[in-house]
Design a protein around this ligand. Structure first.
Ligand SMILES: Cc1ncc(COP(=O)(O)O)c(C=O)c1O
Length: 328
């Protein structure tokens, strides 16, 4: 393998543990379930985004940036992780957030403000041009003599996806130590970088597990296209040798439910069930939808009792707090 990874800035608490979900496996009457605890990559910096930021921030620092600009929904985990990371490495941050309801300073947004991020709210229509908006903002900062580094939505560019290439190497080492071989690995998909990194890492480190992404917005063709573009960029820039037709990118579609960031009562009940069965807290935007998909696919017979499934917990706990009213 001739791949060459750029340097990264260590931010995540890794390796994150792999835990057996014995009680949930029994309850779902399906495969042996395991959990990859990327909700433990940090406390404030919990979740998958910090693995991507290790590469993105290292590049920002190499380029001499003084400020990070990024974007996302009002409760974006990625924006929160970026704001915390900026504080950690001594940079400023400016977040451009999609705001349809003029919501309270709660959950992730509370943390954003706590660490001193500048926040600009824009409408969902304006958000369609968010890349242009962020680049204009960077130009405005440049005029004031401040060098900004722009991170696209979710950090889902090839450089960010490398965080999950490294994570797959981590899993491959853990499988050896734990004497486990996973048949399937499942993760939520929101902007595609995590899944792209997992697929690149699977091929780079020769893992046998099938990788599945459960989309939390849009649909399977949209993410097959998006993930395939990130993989193409990674091949060009970092020398990966993966030829994966779009149709072979497994997206488990059908679990978006009411829409991105919106919850059905069944999802809220599943968060409670997992919390009460395993003491594990799923987030309402990503991991609960992926778990819902997994549970339903087990019911439909897609994953069998003799198989081992690794569910990747990608964090997101702060998104739970603004939704407290849906629970009790
Ligand atoms: C908690 C959580 N899980 C999963 C994802 C999906 O990751 P990606 O955007 O790389 O597809 C995100 C971000 O979008 C997230 O914040």
């Amino acid at each position: 393998m001739s791949m060459q990874l750029p340097e990264r800035y260590a931010l995540a608490h890794t390796p994150t543990p792999i835990e057996k979900l014995a009680r949930l496996s029994q309850l779902f009457e399906g495969p042996e379930l395991y959990l990859k605890r990327d909700d433990l990559t940090g406390m404030g910096k919990t979740g998958n985004k910090v693995r991507k930021l290790e590469f993105l921030v290292a590049e920002a620092l190499r380029e001499g940036a003084q400020l990070l600009i990024t974007c996302g929904g009002l409760q974006s985990n990625h924006a929160r992780a970026t704001a915390l990371t900026a504080a950690k490495v001594g940079l400023k941050s400016h977040l451009v957030l999609r705001d349809s309801a003029g919501s309270d300073t709660d959950g992730n947004l509370f943390i954003d403000r706590l660490v001193g991020a500048e926040v600009t709210s824009i409408t969902p229509q304006e958000f369609e041009q968010v890349d242009d908006i962020m680049h204009r903002l960077a130009e405005d900062y440049a005029k004031q003599g401040v060098k900004a580094y722009v991170i696209p939505e979710g950090g889902s560019v090839a450089l960010g996806a490398l965080g999950y290439v490294v994570a797959m190497e981590e899993v491959s080492r853990q499988m050896k130590t734990l004497h486990l071989e996973f048949d399937h690995i499942i993760s939520a998909v929101g902007s595609g970088g995590t899944l792209a990194g997992m697929l690149l890492g699977k091929s780079a480190y020769g893992l046998k597990a099938q990788i599945h992404g459960v989309n939390v917005c849009d649909d399977a063709p949209y993410f097959q296209e998006r993930v395939s573009n990130i993989i193409r960029e990674a091949k060009r820039k970092y020398g990966f040798e993966l030829n994966l037709p779009k149709k072979d990118i497994n997206i488990i579609d059908g679990y978006v439910g009411k829409g991105y960031g919106l919850n059905r009562q069944e999802e809220i009940e599943l968060i409670k069930l997992v919390a009460r069965t395993e003491g594990i807290i799923l987030d309402p935007v990503y991991t609960v939808k992926a778990m819902f998909g997994l549970k339903d696919q087990i019911r439909k017979g897609r994953f069998t009792k003799s198989e081992k499934v690794l569910f990747w917990h990608t964090g997101g706990i702060f998104g739970l707090f603004p939704k407290r009213g849906l629970f009790f």
